[in-house]
Design a protein around this ligand. Structure first.
Ligand code: ADP
Ligand code: ADP
Length: 239
C-alpha cells in the first residue's frame, strides 16, 4: 500500500510573452510508508514545483495527489488543514523560514499551538524532547535563530517539521546551502530520524551525492518529467 501516490500530476506557470512553462508534466509516482524517494535533476527541471504541488503549497494544474487513499486535490483549504499535520517540509534556507523575532522554542512549538496540541506545559516538554531528538541543547529554546549556525538552524527546522509527528516529509534542497562536512551531519541526522520514526521522505536535491546514501529509490527529473525511476543501486550504476 502506498502512503502517497501522484497520478499524472502537472503544473504550468504563465511564462513570458503569453508562453506556458510546463514546470511539472504528467508525473506519476508512489511512496510507500517508511520509504525514502530521492528526486534528482538539474536546476529548473521542476523538483521544487513537484514538492510544493504535492503539499498543495502551490496548486497543481492537473492530476491527482492520493494520500492515504484520499485525493488531496479535491479537498478545500479547510479540509486540508488536518492533513497538513501529516505532510511537512524543510527548505534549503531555514533562516528564511525561521521567524527571527521568535525564540527557537516558539518556532518549534508553533505548529503544536496552531493545531492546539496539549497544554502550554505539555508543548514546552514536547519542544524540549524535539530539541534533544535533533541534537540541540535544551537551552536553545530560549535563544533566537540568528544565534545558531546554518547546520543548527537546519536542525531547528527539522525539529519544527517533526513536531506534529508527520507521516511524510519533503526535504527540498535541505542541505544544499551547507558546507560539505555539515551536509553529511544533517543527512545522517535525517537518515537516523527516518529510521527511528519510520518516516516517508521525498528527498529533493540537484546533487546525486546528497541523496544516494539515504534513498531507497531515486527518480530522475528532466524538463518537468520523470525520465527514470528505480532502486537507488540501479540508478547509481546506470550508464
Ligand atoms: P527546480 O526545483 O528543479 O530547480 P523549479 O520547480 O524551481 O525547478 O522550476 C521549474 C520550472 O518552472 C523552471 O523553468 C522555473 O523557471 C519555472 N518556475 C518556477 N516557479 C515559477 C513561478 N512562480 N512562475 C513562473 N515560472 C516558474
Ligand atoms: P514566542 O517567544 O516565539 O512568542 P510563545 O511564548 O508564544 O513563543 O510560545 C509559543 C509556544 O512555543 C508555546 O506554546 C510553548 O510551548 C513553546 N515555547 C515558547 N518558548 C519556549 C521555551 N523557552 N521553551 C520551550 N518551549 C517554548
Amino acid at each position: 500500500m502506498s502512503l502517497l501516490e501522484l497520478r499524472h500530476l502537472s503544473k504550468t506557470y504563465p511564462g513570458a510573452n503569453g508562453a506556458v512553462v510546463h514546470a511539472v508534466s504528467d508525473v506519476s509516482l508512489s511512496i510507500a510508508p517508511g520509504e525514502v524517494l530521492g528526486v534528482v535533476g538539474e536546476s529548473g527541471c521542476g523538483k521544487s514545483t513537484l514538492g510544493r504541488s504535492l503539499l498543495r503549497l502551490i496548486e497543481p494544474s492537473g492530476g491527482e495527489i492520493v494520500f492515504e487513499g484520499r485525493d488531496l486535490t479535491r479537498l478545500t483549504r479547510h479540509q486540508m488543514k488536518p492533513v497538513r499535520r501529516d505532510l511537512q517540509v524543510i527548505f534549503q534556507d531555514p533562516f528564511g523560514s525561521l521567524n527571527p523575532r521568535h525564540t527557537v522554542g516558539g518556532i518549534i512549538g508553533e505548529p503544536l499551538e496552531v493545531h492546539r496540541v496539549g497544554t502550554r506545559g505539555e508543548r514546552k516538554a514536547r519542544v524540549a524532547e524535539l530539541l534533544k531528538l535533533v541534537g540541540l541543547p535544551e537551552d536553545a529554546a530560549s535563544r533566537y535563530p540568528h544565534e545558531f549556525s546554518g547546520g543548527q538552524r537546519q536542525r531547528i527546522a527539522i525539529a519544527r517539521a517533526l513536531a506534529l509527528e508527520p507521516k511524510l516529509l519533503v526535504a527540498d534542497e535541505a542541505v544544499s546551502a551547507l558546507d560539505v562536512s555539515i551536509q553529511s551531519q544533517i543527512i545522517n541526522l535525517i537518515a537516523d530520524l527516518q529510521k527511528r520514526l519510520n518516516l516517508s521522505i521525498m528527498f529533493i536535491s540537484h546533487d546525486l551525492s546528497v541523496i544516494r546514501h539515504v534513498s531507497d529509490r531515486i527518480a530522475v527529473m528532466y524538463l518537468g518529467r520523470i525520465v527514470e525511476i528505480g532502486p537507488a543501486e540501479e540508478i547509481m550504476t546506470a550508464p
